[in-house]
Design a protein around this ligand. Structure first.
Ligand code: CP3
Length: 638
């Protein structure tokens, strides 16, 4: 497919003709249909009520989202209230303008905004600004909205303790004549469109609304999978993704011309890739339906053991099986920083698969780390040379918790979901793939200590002295981890593991009081019906409580004998463990004996997965790890 003759759909209304000309100038065939009509809300009671409350100083902060909105608001209000009074009240209130357009509109009215959010002017920048300069706890915040409400912004403000008063100024309705928009939907359904351009979330909203009215929503979604979708910027992309439309291209300038140029330049390549993928997926689908079979991983000994079904031998995999103890990994790391590696899905897939194949283990775990999830939650993460991770802005005081953002989407962690997809696609179908995340306590401890810790002094100080702040931090973590693990499940993992690596520093009472309800909520929020491995180290007395919090398989360390641990956990769960990783420094015979001992404690009961009690350390010789895997396979044959 050449650039010339690309069929490009766009949904511009006021600037429709300009868009069509731009597309033609870039050699494309335009299919531009207006998608919306601006309808001012004439008798806008909400706006008038808002103006009254502003004048009586009941509103502490006003967030202005659009220029046209600021102007229309003033016009609506001045029919009922003296313009001067309204503008003086606005000038006396803290105002936050989302970007240059509302700033310019305010200036024209003689009001200087108190704050202006940074580029790219999405709700995230507004929340960042608020976190830096405008504490909102207990305040009333007016939000001048545009068209569709932005639930992420409102939830973010409420999470910071504000009472939000939304003011809808105008809404975007479907045009009176929907024929052209309908024709565009049909053209997409007939596969006549190569590229769809969206320059606002409202356009997508109305396109989907019309399709829904006609009962064509599912068909449109399916057809859009083979169309190259280009978006003007992050706000529009966010909306599209929320409505299950894949965004292939995003312009970084917010200019129509740039968007058309980007789309015409990149569309042929992107389209070819999308076609290849959709052919592959549909061939997979027909293969599966033709043979009426489930994917091969379902009968793997790892998943059978997770389900506590009988197996011909004990499955084995090893925590931190991809890491510095392995030459192949060190070679990759010589060229790439650790965080950079985590953000490179194809390298992550390579590292995970190489390790699983080299060791010949029974499951692969995605390559990532516990802590990248903390970045979009507002923490500055760094992996120092040779040391552990560092967080530069840890939470210390109760009020610091307010700047920790509960994730509302996993957009910013898309590289992890890409890693899942690529690892899954490149691996043998019989090999199950494990996704993972840190448990709420372990992530809270990093968030508060700012790194590793011996005594967890700061963590326990906050936990004991400020239970409300602790609760709020755990709530934010649970919401974020749930979203993150569900996204990994949707992207294609066969099991998930929750690492509570540092929870062993707690007593049983403290675990029950400060941790158990949160971890339980997390596990209950996981979807997809796949096995959950719940792992902790350090304090064997906690294992029954871990089981109470949830998990199909409990991961245990070497500080307790496997049979005693299993008895404490209960027969209705699987168990994973539990060789001391340091054993791998011992002579071969010792390693073999230690493996035999653990297997004898498991006594071939269904539901045992062999693993270490904690991650492999960099100092461990790789041949000893291979020896362990071979020994477990040989010694456990039924
Ligand atoms: O192969 C695998 O198991 C998958 C990848 C994986 C890593 N970390 C890669 C990694 C997994 C599952 C983790 C989990 C993890 N990360 C845990 C829980 C498991 C455990 O061992 O307790 C914890 C506590 C972390 C946090 C973390 N990440 C620490 C403390 C460190 C530094 C110490 C160390 O072992 O290097 C990391 C860095 C890290 N995570 C590395 C790897 C391969 C080493 C980074 C490097 O290449 O320099």
């Amino acid at each position: 497919m050449s650039t010339v003759g690309l069929h490009i759909a766009a949904f511009e209304s006021r600037r429709g003709e300009e868009m069509a000309r731009l597309i033609e100038r870039h050699g494309g065939t335009p299919h531009v249909s207006p998608s919306m009509r601006e309808v001012p809300i004439e008798e806008n009671k909400q706006a008038i009520d808002f103006a009254h409350r502003l004048i009586t100083a009941e509103i502490d902060v006003v967030i202005l989202l659009t220029g046209v909105g600021v102007e229309t608001l003033t016009q609506v209000v001045e029919r009922h209230i003296k313009r001067e009074r309204f503008l003086t009240a606005l000038a006396d209130t803290k105002t936050i303008a989302r970007g240059p357009k509302p700033v310019a509109a305010l200036r024209r009215l003689g009001v200087k905004p108190s704050f202006q959010a940074d580029s790219p002017y999405t709700w995230r920048e507004i929340l960042q600004l608020v976190d830096r300069y405008v504490p909102l706890a207990g305040l009333h915040v007016g939000v001048q909205e545009y068209g569709i409400t932005n639930p992420s912004l409102i939830a973010g403000l409420e999470a910071r303790g504000a009472t939000v008063i939304p003011v809808q100024i105008y809404r975007w309705e479907l045009p009176i004549d929907t024929t052209p928009l309908n024709e565009n939907i049909c053209a997409i359904l007939d596969r006549k469109i190569d590229v769809a351009l969206f320059t606002s979330a409202n356009q997508a909203n109305n396109l989907l609304a019309l399709a829904q009215q006609q009962g064509l929503l599912d068909a449109l979604h399916e057809a859009l999978q083979s169309v190259v979708v280009a978006s003007i910027g992050p706000t529009t992309s966010h909306f599209l993704r929320e409505r299950r439309i894949t965004v292939d291209l995003e312009s970084d300038t917010h200019k129509m011309g740039q968007l058309v140029a980007l789309a015409t330049r990149c569309a042929p390549d992107v389209k070819a890739q999308k076609e290849k993928l959709s052919k592959f997926l549909s061939s997979q689908l027909t293969a599966v339906t033709e043979q009426q079979r489930e994917p091969a991983w379902q009968q793997s000994i790892f998943l059978r053991a997770c389900r506590r079904e009988p197996v011909p031998r004990t499955p084995i995999w090893l925590m931190r099986q991809a890491g510095r103890y392995m030459k192949e990994y060190r070679e990759v790391r010589a060229k790439t920083g650790f965080l950079e590696l985590c953000k490179n899905p194809s390298l992550c897939a390579e590292v995970a698969i190489t390790a699983a194949e080299r060791l010949d283990v029974d499951a692969a775990i995605i390559f990532s780390d516990l802590l990248p999830i903390l970045e979009p939650m507002g923490l500055e993460l760094e992996y120092g040379q040779g040391e552990g991770p560092i967080i530069h802005n840890p939470v210390r005081e109760g009020e610091d918790v307010n700047r920790i953002l509960a994730l509302e989407s996993v957009d910013s962690l898309h590289y992890v979901m890409d890693t899942v997809q690529q690892t899954r696609a490149q691996m043998a179908e019989s090999m199950p793939l494990i996704g993972f995340a840190g448990a709420p306590f372990t992530l809270a401890s990093y968030t508060i200590e700012g790194g590793g810790s011996r005594n967890f002094l700061h963590t326990k100080t906050l936990m004991y002295r400020n239970p409300a702040a602790w609760q709020s931090l755990m709530d934010r973590l649970v919401q974020s981890i749930t979203l993150y693990l569900n996204a990994q499940i949707a992207a294609g993992v066969q099991a998930v593991q929750i690492f509570d690596s540092w929870v062993g520093c707690l007593s049983c009472d403290d675990y029950r009081k400060f941790v158990l309800p949160h971890t339980r909520q997390l596990i209950q929020g996981l979807q997809g019906g796949i096995p959950v491995i719940h792992f902790a180290t350090g304090n064997p007395a906690l294992y029954p409580l871990l089981a109470e919090a949830g998990g199909d398989v409990i991961g245990v360390d070497w500080r307790i004998e496997l049979d005693a641990a299993w008895a404490a956990i209960g027969e209705d769960r699987g168990i994973m463990g539990n060789l001391d990783p340091m054993t791998l420094l011992a002579p071969e015979d010792h390693i073999r004996e230690a493996a035999r001992d653990i297997l004898s404690k498991a006594a071939q009961r269904a539901g045992h997965i062999f693993n270490l009690g904690h991650g492999i350390l960099p100092q461990i010789p790789v041949q000893n790890v291979i020896l362990l895997v071979e020994s477990v396979k040989a010694l456990s044959a039924r």
